[in-house]
Design a protein around this ligand. Structure first.
Ligand SMILES: [Zn+2]
Length: 445
């Protein structure tokens, strides 16, 4: 049994609590109590301690595009061409090295669970590797070495667009049919489910998966009570094509095929109709917003407040990893919407922290990650409140300081299942900065 004394901790309310003792036995929190001063034998955690952050939407390899795609003009579609060029070069060995460093960066940012939306499955022209889940195995190993939890959201990806075949790079994403996807993903589920890694399902998008196939994927996930994610309405042209060819919006199509529900997460959901918002809300689905990616790609600003009002939950993702900073994602949900609506304060600091923690964790199938509470896994993140961005913070405004002022570099300590993986801002497993430099500087093969 280990005891930690948190100067401030967030126990789920609208403000932080001062002087909280967290008792950990094995991987779980076994007691939470109050003490004005650090008890003898307890380890002191200065600053604000939060439950582990969930990065609910990641494509690890996109990290290699950071700064390189910020040159010049373009759109989502020109960015996608650059991303495909990168995807062309990766194999299980190089992807393992890259993902390990990227997941290390996430650990340093306080992310204790990543939802890896994985579609780079096969070799050149779609030829399976000797082990068809070699790429999945590389990602699972990388997360384990970085010390963070992972839900591998194994994505079905069959078409280049509605009614068009995959191009040469997209062939690497395709299993050929939803049935073949299910066979491979079943193998992943059986091999890669561990105390810190799980498998879920994903429909890449309405562009890449036809209606019967999305129904197959949804049924496969529902039968196993697994989370199901899909990119939804990230682009206006995606909506226009879906309406023109199939007579429905992407959300309308997913609803018709039985995809929406409590286990479903719509990623982005940027361009929605009023009916779309109601459908996602009535079904209690989660919306994973990725504001730093959406702004980087000039995608637009999603209707987060309207979705919450309709009954949807919010999660957060760093998606393309233009930056990896869940505090930046959290505040962007509120701040971007301020610019779009001229209204302040539609999302509180505590509601944004819920999106960054319990709601994001739940969208990835980690329903037991309810927060700093007895019985929950001991995933804790401590944010400094004495750095240059946060100095002068009192307990009354500690949550606002974390959400609206702090950054990933203010994370001092990170614990996953009772095991400290980051101490004093340093990863205890490996030198993340050095590995990122090495893997990103060399030829990406
Ligand atoms: Zn994505």
């Amino acid at each position: 049994m280990t005891e930690y004394w948190c100067e401030f901790a967030w126990l789920g309310g609208d403000t932080a609590v001062e002087g909280v003792v967290v008792e950990i036995t094995g991987e779980l929190i076994t007691a939470v109590s109050r003490a004005a001063t650090c008890p003898p034998g307890a380890e002191r955690l200065s600053g604000l301690t939060l439950p582990g952050l969930a990065n609910a939407h990641s494509h690890a390899f996109h990290r290699a595009l950071r700064s390189r795609t910020q040159v010049g003009t373009g759109s989502f579609w020109t960015w996608r061409d650059q991303m495909y060029e990168l995807a062309r070069t990766l194999n299980p060995q190089s992807y393992h090295r890259l993902a390990r460093a990227v997941f290390g960066e996430m650990a340093l940012a306080g992310i204790t669970t990543v939802g890896e939306f994985h579609y780079l499955h096969h070799g050149e022209r779609g030829t399976p590797y000797a082990d068809p889940n070699a790429m999945s195995e590389a990602l699972m190993a990388a997360a384990g070495e970085a010390g963070i939890r992972i839900t591998l959201l194994d994505a079905c990806y069959l078409h280049g667009g509605i009614g068009t075949p995959p191009n040469e790079v997209q062939q690497r994403f395709s299993d050929g049919s939803a049935e073949a996807w299910a066979v491979r993903t079943q193998d992943a589920l059986e091999r890669f489910t561990t105390p810190i890694s799980r498998v879920g399902a994903a429909i890449h998008s309405v562009r890449a998966v036809d209606s019967p196939s999305m129904r197959t994927v949804a049924e496969w996930a529902a039968e196993r009570a697994l989370p199901l994610h899909a990119h939804v309405s990230e682009q206006k042209s995606e909506n226009e094509e879906c309406i023109a060819k199939l007579g429905l919006t992407p959300v309308g199509l997913l609803a018709e095929q039985g995809v929406l529900g409590l286990s479903f997460t719509a990623v982005h959901a940027t361009h929605l109709s009023g009916v779309d918002i109601d459908l996602l809300g009535v079904n209690g689905s989660t919306i994973c917003m990725c504001p730093t990616t959406e702004r980087d790609l000039a995608d637009g600003i999603g209707p987060a407040a309207g979705l919450v009002l309709a009954g949807a939950r919010l999660a957060l993702g760093s998606d393309s990893h233009a930056v990896i900073d869940l505090f930046e994602e959290a505040r962007a949900v509120e701040l971007d919407e301020r610019l779009a609506t001229n209204v302040r304060g539609q999302h509180t600091a505590s509601s944004l922290l819920r999106a960054a923690t319990a709601e994001g964790q739940s969208s990835l199938g980690w329903h037991e990650m309810v927060g700093i509470a007895v019985g929950a896994p001991a995933d804790l993140v401590t944010v400094s409140l004495d750095g240059v961005r946060t100095a002068g913070t009192t307990v009354d405004h500690a949550l606002e300081a974390a959400v609206f002022a702090a950054g990933a570099t203010d994370v001092r300590q990170v614990m996953v299942g009772g095991r400290v993986i980051v101490r004093d801002g340093r990863h205890l497993g490996f030198d993340v900065t050095a590995e990122l430099a090495e893997v990103l500087a060399g030829p990406r093969t």
